[in-house]
Design a protein around this ligand. Structure first.
Ligand code: NDP
Length: 459
Protein backbone atom coordinates (compact mmCIF):
# COMPACT_ATOMS: atom_id res chain seq x y z
CA UNK A 1 0.00 0.00 0.00
CA UNK A 2 1.36 3.42 -0.87
CA UNK A 3 1.22 6.31 1.56
CA UNK A 4 1.60 10.07 1.20
CA UNK A 5 4.68 9.95 3.45
CA UNK A 6 7.10 7.47 4.95
CA UNK A 7 6.82 9.31 8.25
CA UNK A 8 4.47 11.85 9.75
CA UNK A 9 5.67 13.38 13.01
CA UNK A 10 3.21 15.16 15.30
CA UNK A 11 5.02 17.79 17.35
CA UNK A 12 8.08 19.83 16.40
CA UNK A 13 9.83 19.84 19.76
CA UNK A 14 13.22 18.41 20.64
CA UNK A 15 12.33 14.74 20.02
CA UNK A 16 10.12 15.24 16.96
CA UNK A 17 12.54 17.55 15.19
CA UNK A 18 15.50 15.22 15.71
CA UNK A 19 13.53 12.20 14.50
CA UNK A 20 12.16 14.01 11.42
CA UNK A 21 15.53 15.44 10.45
CA UNK A 22 17.38 12.13 10.84
CA UNK A 23 14.68 10.13 9.02
CA UNK A 24 14.78 12.60 6.10
CA UNK A 25 18.58 12.41 6.07
CA UNK A 26 18.21 8.63 5.66
CA UNK A 27 16.04 9.23 2.59
CA UNK A 28 12.53 9.07 4.07
CA UNK A 29 9.73 11.35 2.86
CA UNK A 30 8.79 13.19 6.06
CA UNK A 31 6.17 15.70 7.21
CA UNK A 32 6.13 17.28 10.66
CA UNK A 33 2.96 18.86 12.04
CA UNK A 34 3.12 21.59 14.66
CA UNK A 35 0.29 23.77 15.94
CA UNK A 36 2.44 26.26 17.88
CA UNK A 37 6.06 27.21 17.26
CA UNK A 38 8.88 25.03 15.90
CA UNK A 39 11.25 24.18 18.75
CA UNK A 40 8.73 22.94 21.30
CA UNK A 41 8.74 23.44 25.05
CA UNK A 42 12.52 23.43 25.49
CA UNK A 43 13.24 26.20 23.01
CA UNK A 44 10.10 28.30 23.25
CA UNK A 45 8.96 28.10 26.90
CA UNK A 46 11.27 25.76 28.73
CA UNK A 47 14.99 25.13 29.10
CA UNK A 48 16.29 27.93 26.87
CA UNK A 49 14.28 30.94 28.10
CA UNK A 50 14.50 29.51 31.65
CA UNK A 51 18.30 29.48 31.56
CA UNK A 52 18.40 33.00 30.13
CA UNK A 53 16.19 34.16 33.02
CA UNK A 54 18.37 32.27 35.49
CA UNK A 55 21.37 34.20 34.16
CA UNK A 56 19.40 37.43 34.57
CA UNK A 57 18.53 36.59 38.17
CA UNK A 58 22.10 35.65 39.08
CA UNK A 59 23.34 39.22 38.64
CA UNK A 60 21.69 39.85 41.99
CA UNK A 61 24.23 37.60 43.76
CA UNK A 62 27.09 38.92 41.65
CA UNK A 63 26.26 42.54 42.50
CA UNK A 64 26.06 41.45 46.12
CA UNK A 65 29.65 40.19 46.21
CA UNK A 66 31.00 42.79 43.78
CA UNK A 67 31.80 45.29 46.53
CA UNK A 68 34.07 42.74 48.26
CA UNK A 69 36.22 42.86 45.11
CA UNK A 70 36.31 46.66 45.13
CA UNK A 71 33.44 47.35 42.71
CA UNK A 72 30.72 49.89 43.36
CA UNK A 73 27.59 48.90 41.47
CA UNK A 74 24.29 50.71 41.31
CA UNK A 75 21.95 48.32 39.56
CA UNK A 76 18.37 48.51 38.38
CA UNK A 77 16.49 45.83 36.50
CA UNK A 78 14.13 46.25 33.54
CA UNK A 79 11.83 43.27 32.93
CA UNK A 80 10.59 44.28 29.42
CA UNK A 81 14.22 44.43 28.21
CA UNK A 82 14.77 40.83 29.34
CA UNK A 83 11.49 39.61 27.82
CA UNK A 84 12.30 41.27 24.47
CA UNK A 85 15.88 39.93 24.42
CA UNK A 86 14.60 36.43 25.24
CA UNK A 87 12.02 36.66 22.45
CA UNK A 88 14.70 37.67 19.94
CA UNK A 89 16.88 34.71 20.92
CA UNK A 90 14.14 32.07 20.83
CA UNK A 91 12.95 33.43 17.47
CA UNK A 92 16.51 33.02 16.18
CA UNK A 93 16.54 29.43 17.46
CA UNK A 94 13.10 28.75 15.99
CA UNK A 95 14.40 29.85 12.58
CA UNK A 96 17.44 27.62 13.05
CA UNK A 97 15.26 24.60 13.85
CA UNK A 98 13.05 25.36 10.85
CA UNK A 99 16.08 25.57 8.54
CA UNK A 100 17.46 22.31 9.94
CA UNK A 101 14.19 20.60 9.07
CA UNK A 102 13.93 22.13 5.63
CA UNK A 103 17.50 21.34 4.61
CA UNK A 104 17.01 17.54 4.36
CA UNK A 105 13.52 18.10 2.87
CA UNK A 106 11.13 17.74 5.82
CA UNK A 107 7.76 19.33 5.05
CA UNK A 108 6.57 21.55 7.93
CA UNK A 109 2.80 21.74 8.33
CA UNK A 110 1.46 24.37 10.77
CA UNK A 111 -1.77 22.78 11.99
CA UNK A 112 -3.27 20.57 14.66
CA UNK A 113 -3.35 16.86 13.92
CA UNK A 114 -5.57 14.08 15.17
CA UNK A 115 -4.66 10.43 14.66
CA UNK A 116 -7.43 8.64 12.74
CA UNK A 117 -5.86 5.21 12.31
CA UNK A 118 -2.56 3.29 12.43
CA UNK A 119 -1.37 5.09 9.28
CA UNK A 120 -3.41 8.26 9.07
CA UNK A 121 -3.86 11.66 10.65
CA UNK A 122 -6.37 14.43 10.05
CA UNK A 123 -5.32 18.09 9.86
CA UNK A 124 -7.90 20.14 11.74
CA UNK A 125 -7.51 23.56 10.12
CA UNK A 126 -6.48 22.14 6.74
CA UNK A 127 -9.39 19.68 6.90
CA UNK A 128 -7.57 16.93 5.04
CA UNK A 129 -6.17 13.50 5.76
CA UNK A 130 -2.52 12.43 5.44
CA UNK A 131 -1.32 8.85 5.33
CA UNK A 132 2.09 7.57 6.35
CA UNK A 133 3.88 4.26 6.74
CA UNK A 134 4.85 5.37 10.25
CA UNK A 135 3.47 7.95 12.68
CA UNK A 136 5.60 9.43 15.43
CA UNK A 137 3.85 11.00 18.42
CA UNK A 138 6.10 13.70 19.84
CA UNK A 139 3.49 16.03 21.30
CA UNK A 140 5.20 16.67 24.64
CA UNK A 141 3.40 17.64 27.83
CA UNK A 142 1.63 20.61 29.39
CA UNK A 143 1.53 21.99 32.95
CA UNK A 144 -0.72 20.19 35.41
CA UNK A 145 -3.25 22.54 36.96
CA UNK A 146 -4.73 21.40 40.29
CA UNK A 147 -8.51 21.26 40.25
CA UNK A 148 -9.32 23.96 42.83
CA UNK A 149 -11.68 26.95 42.84
CA UNK A 150 -10.00 29.95 41.23
CA UNK A 151 -7.28 27.86 39.51
CA UNK A 152 -7.77 29.93 36.34
CA UNK A 153 -6.26 32.94 38.15
CA UNK A 154 -2.86 31.27 38.36
CA UNK A 155 -0.14 31.18 35.74
CA UNK A 156 2.18 28.31 34.82
CA UNK A 157 5.70 28.29 33.39
CA UNK A 158 4.05 28.82 29.97
CA UNK A 159 2.94 32.33 30.93
CA UNK A 160 5.70 33.22 33.39
CA UNK A 161 8.20 34.17 30.68
CA UNK A 162 5.96 36.81 29.12
CA UNK A 163 4.26 38.52 32.06
CA UNK A 164 3.49 42.12 31.10
CA UNK A 165 5.23 43.25 34.32
CA UNK A 166 7.00 41.62 37.25
CA UNK A 167 4.56 41.09 40.13
CA UNK A 168 5.45 42.58 43.53
CA UNK A 169 5.11 39.10 45.00
CA UNK A 170 4.54 35.57 43.79
CA UNK A 171 3.34 32.33 45.33
CA UNK A 172 4.65 29.22 43.56
CA UNK A 173 3.11 25.82 44.25
CA UNK A 174 5.28 22.72 43.82
CA UNK A 175 8.59 21.38 45.06
CA UNK A 176 10.13 20.07 41.83
CA UNK A 177 12.47 21.42 39.17
CA UNK A 178 10.21 24.16 37.85
CA UNK A 179 9.07 25.44 41.26
CA UNK A 180 12.62 25.71 42.58
CA UNK A 181 14.06 27.21 39.40
CA UNK A 182 11.35 29.85 39.12
CA UNK A 183 11.54 30.63 42.83
CA UNK A 184 15.19 31.57 42.39
CA UNK A 185 14.49 33.46 39.16
CA UNK A 186 11.76 35.59 40.70
CA UNK A 187 13.60 36.09 44.00
CA UNK A 188 16.77 37.07 42.12
CA UNK A 189 14.80 39.63 40.10
CA UNK A 190 13.52 41.23 43.30
CA UNK A 191 10.06 39.66 43.61
CA UNK A 192 8.90 38.62 47.11
CA UNK A 193 8.71 34.90 46.56
CA UNK A 194 6.89 32.19 48.50
CA UNK A 195 7.03 28.50 47.63
CA UNK A 196 4.30 26.22 48.94
CA UNK A 197 4.88 22.48 48.73
CA UNK A 198 2.79 19.53 49.90
CA UNK A 199 5.87 17.52 50.97
CA UNK A 200 8.27 18.06 53.84
CA UNK A 201 11.20 19.43 51.82
CA UNK A 202 11.79 20.54 48.20
CA UNK A 203 13.02 18.12 45.50
CA UNK A 204 11.63 14.89 46.92
CA UNK A 205 13.72 12.33 45.01
CA UNK A 206 17.06 14.14 45.33
CA UNK A 207 19.90 13.47 47.79
CA UNK A 208 18.98 14.73 51.27
CA UNK A 209 22.17 16.77 51.83
CA UNK A 210 21.58 18.55 48.52
CA UNK A 211 17.95 19.22 49.41
CA UNK A 212 18.98 20.71 52.73
CA UNK A 213 21.74 22.80 51.15
CA UNK A 214 19.46 24.08 48.41
CA UNK A 215 16.73 24.84 50.91
CA UNK A 216 19.22 26.95 52.91
CA UNK A 217 20.24 28.70 49.67
CA UNK A 218 16.63 29.58 48.88
CA UNK A 219 16.04 30.91 52.39
CA UNK A 220 19.25 32.98 52.19
CA UNK A 221 17.89 34.54 49.00
CA UNK A 222 14.67 35.52 50.73
CA UNK A 223 12.39 32.76 49.46
CA UNK A 224 9.72 31.91 52.01
CA UNK A 225 9.04 28.17 52.19
CA UNK A 226 5.72 26.71 53.34
CA UNK A 227 5.71 22.92 53.66
CA UNK A 228 3.05 20.25 54.03
CA UNK A 229 0.51 22.66 52.67
CA UNK A 230 -1.40 23.08 49.42
CA UNK A 231 -3.46 25.88 47.93
CA UNK A 232 -7.14 25.09 48.44
CA UNK A 233 -8.71 28.02 46.61
CA UNK A 234 -7.99 31.37 45.06
CA UNK A 235 -9.96 34.55 44.48
CA UNK A 236 -9.32 37.95 42.96
CA UNK A 237 -8.53 40.69 45.50
CA UNK A 238 -8.13 44.00 43.65
CA UNK A 239 -5.05 43.55 41.47
CA UNK A 240 -3.85 40.71 43.68
CA UNK A 241 -4.84 37.10 44.16
CA UNK A 242 -5.92 35.87 47.55
CA UNK A 243 -4.91 32.27 48.22
CA UNK A 244 -6.40 30.09 50.93
CA UNK A 245 -4.16 27.25 52.06
CA UNK A 246 -5.03 23.78 53.34
CA UNK A 247 -4.37 24.94 56.94
CA UNK A 248 -7.00 27.66 56.56
CA UNK A 249 -4.52 30.55 56.34
CA UNK A 250 -5.23 33.16 53.66
CA UNK A 251 -2.66 35.49 52.10
CA UNK A 252 -2.51 37.59 48.96
CA UNK A 253 0.07 37.79 46.21
CA UNK A 254 0.72 39.71 42.98
CA UNK A 255 0.73 36.40 41.10
CA UNK A 256 0.32 32.69 41.75
CA UNK A 257 2.11 30.06 39.69
CA UNK A 258 1.51 26.31 39.51
CA UNK A 259 4.63 24.18 39.05
CA UNK A 260 2.86 20.96 39.89
CA UNK A 261 4.18 18.57 37.28
CA UNK A 262 3.45 18.11 33.60
CA UNK A 263 0.77 16.04 31.87
CA UNK A 264 1.39 14.20 28.58
CA UNK A 265 -0.35 15.75 25.56
CA UNK A 266 -2.47 12.79 24.49
CA UNK A 267 -5.97 14.09 25.15
CA UNK A 268 -8.05 14.53 22.00
CA UNK A 269 -5.23 13.15 19.87
CA UNK A 270 -7.23 10.15 18.66
CA UNK A 271 -4.70 7.64 19.96
CA UNK A 272 -7.25 5.40 21.66
CA UNK A 273 -9.28 5.24 18.44
CA UNK A 274 -6.17 4.09 16.63
CA UNK A 275 -5.66 1.41 19.29
CA UNK A 276 -2.63 2.95 21.01
CA UNK A 277 -2.31 1.85 24.63
CA UNK A 278 -1.86 4.61 27.21
CA UNK A 279 -0.61 4.38 30.80
CA UNK A 280 -2.99 5.35 33.65
CA UNK A 281 -1.41 8.83 33.64
CA UNK A 282 -2.16 9.22 29.93
CA UNK A 283 1.37 8.68 28.54
CA UNK A 284 1.89 6.64 25.40
CA UNK A 285 3.15 3.18 26.36
CA UNK A 286 6.34 2.77 24.34
CA UNK A 287 8.88 -0.07 24.31
CA UNK A 288 12.68 0.23 24.34
CA UNK A 289 12.58 1.18 20.65
CA UNK A 290 9.83 3.75 21.22
CA UNK A 291 7.25 1.58 19.47
CA UNK A 292 3.69 1.80 20.80
CA UNK A 293 1.17 -1.05 21.00
CA UNK A 294 0.32 -0.24 17.35
CA UNK A 295 3.35 -1.35 15.29
CA UNK A 296 3.25 1.61 12.86
CA UNK A 297 2.96 4.22 15.64
CA UNK A 298 5.97 5.28 17.69
CA UNK A 299 6.32 7.89 20.45
CA UNK A 300 9.25 9.86 21.85
CA UNK A 301 9.83 12.54 24.46
CA UNK A 302 7.67 13.83 27.31
CA UNK A 303 4.50 12.23 25.88
CA UNK A 304 5.92 8.82 26.83
CA UNK A 305 6.47 9.88 30.46
CA UNK A 306 9.81 8.06 30.56
CA UNK A 307 12.15 10.92 31.56
CA UNK A 308 10.87 14.43 30.88
CA UNK A 309 14.24 15.80 29.78
CA UNK A 310 15.25 17.35 26.44
CA UNK A 311 18.42 15.30 25.83
CA UNK A 312 16.44 12.12 26.49
CA UNK A 313 13.78 13.15 23.93
CA UNK A 314 16.50 13.96 21.41
CA UNK A 315 18.20 10.59 21.95
CA UNK A 316 14.86 8.78 21.65
CA UNK A 317 14.10 10.63 18.40
CA UNK A 318 17.52 9.83 17.00
CA UNK A 319 17.33 6.14 17.93
CA UNK A 320 13.82 5.90 16.50
CA UNK A 321 15.16 7.14 13.15
CA UNK A 322 18.16 4.76 13.39
CA UNK A 323 15.92 1.81 14.14
CA UNK A 324 13.17 2.45 11.61
CA UNK A 325 14.94 4.24 8.76
CA UNK A 326 18.59 3.17 8.98
CA UNK A 327 18.23 -0.54 9.74
CA UNK A 328 20.18 -0.05 12.97
CA UNK A 329 18.15 -1.07 16.02
CA UNK A 330 19.08 1.14 18.97
CA UNK A 331 17.55 1.27 22.44
CA UNK A 332 18.12 4.26 24.73
CA UNK A 333 20.06 3.56 27.94
CA UNK A 334 18.25 5.39 30.76
CA UNK A 335 20.56 4.15 33.50
CA UNK A 336 22.87 7.15 34.01
CA UNK A 337 21.16 10.43 33.19
CA UNK A 338 22.94 13.54 34.44
CA UNK A 339 20.53 16.27 35.43
CA UNK A 340 20.64 19.74 36.93
CA UNK A 341 18.35 22.11 38.74
CA UNK A 342 19.25 25.59 37.51
CA UNK A 343 18.47 27.18 40.82
CA UNK A 344 20.65 29.36 43.00
CA UNK A 345 22.67 27.58 44.27
CA UNK A 346 22.80 25.27 41.27
CA UNK A 347 22.42 21.53 41.69
CA UNK A 348 23.91 18.85 39.43
CA UNK A 349 23.38 15.14 40.04
CA UNK A 350 24.02 11.74 38.52
CA UNK A 351 23.51 8.22 39.78
CA UNK A 352 22.42 7.00 43.20
CA UNK A 353 21.45 9.29 46.05
CA UNK A 354 22.91 8.34 49.42
CA UNK A 355 19.63 6.69 50.43
CA UNK A 356 19.49 4.62 47.23
CA UNK A 357 23.15 3.66 47.60
CA UNK A 358 22.67 2.52 51.21
CA UNK A 359 19.83 0.26 50.07
CA UNK A 360 21.98 -1.04 47.19
CA UNK A 361 24.90 -2.36 49.24
CA UNK A 362 28.07 -1.45 51.13
CA UNK A 363 29.17 2.00 50.01
CA UNK A 364 31.58 4.77 50.98
CA UNK A 365 30.48 8.40 51.09
CA UNK A 366 32.90 11.25 50.45
CA UNK A 367 31.52 14.65 51.40
CA UNK A 368 33.04 18.13 51.12
CA UNK A 369 31.50 21.41 52.24
CA UNK A 370 33.30 24.69 51.73
CA UNK A 371 32.72 28.31 50.84
CA UNK A 372 32.97 28.84 47.08
CA UNK A 373 36.05 30.98 46.38
CA UNK A 374 33.87 33.70 44.83
CA UNK A 375 32.38 34.32 48.27
CA UNK A 376 35.53 34.21 50.38
CA UNK A 377 36.14 37.98 50.25
CA UNK A 378 32.53 38.70 51.18
CA UNK A 379 30.47 38.01 54.27
CA UNK A 380 28.40 35.38 52.48
CA UNK A 381 28.47 32.11 54.40
CA UNK A 382 26.83 29.76 51.89
CA UNK A 383 28.58 26.42 51.47
CA UNK A 384 29.24 24.47 48.31
CA UNK A 385 28.58 20.73 48.75
CA UNK A 386 30.18 17.88 46.79
CA UNK A 387 29.32 14.26 47.42
CA UNK A 388 30.87 11.21 45.80
CA UNK A 389 29.35 7.78 46.46
CA UNK A 390 31.46 4.71 45.73
CA UNK A 391 31.03 0.97 46.05
CA UNK A 392 33.04 -0.53 48.95
CA UNK A 393 34.38 -3.41 46.87
CA UNK A 394 36.12 -2.19 43.74
CA UNK A 395 35.36 1.48 44.37
CA UNK A 396 33.01 1.95 41.41
CA UNK A 397 31.55 5.47 41.46
CA UNK A 398 27.80 5.10 41.93
CA UNK A 399 26.70 8.67 42.46
CA UNK A 400 27.89 12.24 42.35
CA UNK A 401 26.02 15.27 43.67
CA UNK A 402 27.20 18.85 43.47
CA UNK A 403 25.54 21.96 44.87
CA UNK A 404 27.09 25.30 44.03
CA UNK A 405 28.52 27.37 41.18
CA UNK A 406 29.14 25.39 37.99
CA UNK A 407 27.42 22.22 39.29
CA UNK A 408 25.64 21.47 36.01
CA UNK A 409 28.80 21.82 33.92
CA UNK A 410 30.74 19.60 36.34
CA UNK A 411 28.10 16.87 36.41
CA UNK A 412 27.98 16.71 32.62
CA UNK A 413 31.70 15.87 32.63
CA UNK A 414 31.51 13.47 35.59
CA UNK A 415 28.91 11.58 33.53
CA UNK A 416 31.64 10.50 31.09
CA UNK A 417 33.87 8.53 33.50
CA UNK A 418 30.79 7.22 35.33
CA UNK A 419 29.39 5.92 32.05
CA UNK A 420 32.74 4.17 31.51
CA UNK A 421 32.48 2.51 34.93
CA UNK A 422 35.15 4.65 36.62
CA UNK A 423 36.30 3.82 40.14
CA UNK A 424 37.50 5.96 43.02
CA UNK A 425 41.06 4.91 42.03
CA UNK A 426 40.50 6.41 38.55
CA UNK A 427 39.39 9.67 40.15
CA UNK A 428 42.40 9.58 42.55
CA UNK A 429 44.82 9.04 39.66
CA UNK A 430 43.52 12.18 37.95
CA UNK A 431 45.66 15.28 38.46
CA UNK A 432 43.81 18.02 40.33
CA UNK A 433 43.19 21.40 38.72
CA UNK A 434 43.86 24.12 41.26
CA UNK A 435 42.18 26.27 42.40
CA UNK A 436 38.83 24.86 41.39
CA UNK A 437 35.84 23.41 43.18
CA UNK A 438 35.86 20.27 41.04
CA UNK A 439 39.32 19.31 42.28
CA UNK A 440 37.64 18.11 45.48
CA UNK A 441 36.31 15.18 43.45
CA UNK A 442 39.81 13.89 42.74
CA UNK A 443 41.41 14.72 46.11
CA UNK A 444 39.06 12.95 48.55
CA UNK A 445 41.23 10.83 50.90
CA UNK A 446 39.20 8.83 53.41
CA UNK A 447 35.44 8.32 53.30
CA UNK A 448 33.49 10.82 55.41
CA UNK A 449 31.36 7.85 56.48
CA UNK A 450 30.20 4.53 55.11
CA UNK A 451 27.18 2.25 54.92
CA UNK A 452 27.61 -1.39 55.90
CA UNK A 453 24.60 -3.73 55.71
CA UNK A 454 22.38 -0.67 55.31
CA UNK A 455 23.66 0.94 58.54
CA UNK A 456 25.48 4.27 58.57
CA UNK A 457 28.97 3.94 60.11
CA UNK A 458 30.84 7.07 61.30
CA UNK A 459 30.16 10.61 60.12
P1 NDP B 1 8.26 17.77 39.05
O1 NDP B 1 7.72 16.42 38.85
O2 NDP B 1 9.72 17.97 39.14
O3 NDP B 1 7.61 18.41 40.34
C1 NDP B 1 6.23 18.53 40.48
C2 NDP B 1 5.96 19.03 41.87
O4 NDP B 1 4.60 19.35 42.01
C3 NDP B 1 6.31 18.01 42.92
O5 NDP B 1 6.91 18.69 44.00
C4 NDP B 1 4.95 17.42 43.29
O6 NDP B 1 4.89 16.99 44.62
C5 NDP B 1 4.06 18.64 43.13
N1 NDP B 1 2.68 18.32 42.78
C6 NDP B 1 2.23 17.51 41.80
N2 NDP B 1 0.88 17.51 41.76
C7 NDP B 1 0.47 18.34 42.73
C8 NDP B 1 -0.80 18.75 43.19
N3 NDP B 1 -1.92 18.31 42.61
N4 NDP B 1 -0.86 19.61 44.23
C9 NDP B 1 0.26 20.06 44.81
N5 NDP B 1 1.49 19.72 44.41
C10 NDP B 1 1.61 18.86 43.38
O7 NDP B 1 7.60 18.63 37.89
P2 NDP B 1 7.89 20.08 37.35
O8 NDP B 1 6.56 20.62 36.98
O9 NDP B 1 8.74 20.86 38.26
O10 NDP B 1 8.71 19.76 36.03
C11 NDP B 1 8.23 18.81 35.08
C12 NDP B 1 9.35 18.01 34.52
O11 NDP B 1 10.09 18.82 33.62
C13 NDP B 1 10.36 17.54 35.56
O12 NDP B 1 10.02 16.30 36.10
C14 NDP B 1 11.62 17.46 34.78
O13 NDP B 1 11.76 16.17 34.26
C15 NDP B 1 11.44 18.47 33.68
N6 NDP B 1 12.24 19.67 33.93
C16 NDP B 1 13.59 19.57 33.95
C17 NDP B 1 14.35 20.68 34.19
C18 NDP B 1 15.84 20.56 34.20
O14 NDP B 1 16.35 19.56 33.73
N7 NDP B 1 16.56 21.52 34.75
C19 NDP B 1 13.77 21.99 34.43
C20 NDP B 1 12.34 21.97 34.42
C21 NDP B 1 11.62 20.86 34.18
P3 NDP B 1 5.51 15.58 45.07
O15 NDP B 1 6.98 15.78 45.19
O16 NDP B 1 4.85 15.35 46.39
O17 NDP B 1 5.12 14.59 44.04
Amino acid sequence: MTHDYDLVVIGAGSGGVRAARMAATYGAKVAIIEEFRVGGTCVIRGCVPKKLYVYASRFHDLFDVASSFGWKVEATFDWPTLVAAKEKEITRLEHGYTANLEKPGVEIIKDRAVVTGPNSVRLIAGDRELTAKYLLIATGAHPNIPNIPGAELAITSNEAFDLPALPHSILIEGGGYIAVEFATIFAGLGVHTTLVYRGDRILRSFDDDMRLGLEAGLIERGVKLIYQTTIKSMAKLGNDISATFSDGVTAHYGAVMFATGRVPNTRGLGLKTAGVELTPSGSVKADAYSQSSVPSIYAVGDVTGRAQLTPVAIREGQYFAETVFNNNRQAVDYSLIPTAVFSEPELGVIGFTETQAAAYGDVDIYLARFRPMLNTLSTRTERMILKLITEKDGGKVLGCHILGPGAAEMIQLVAIPMGMGATKADFDRTMALHPSAAEELVTFKNPSYTYRNGEKVGG
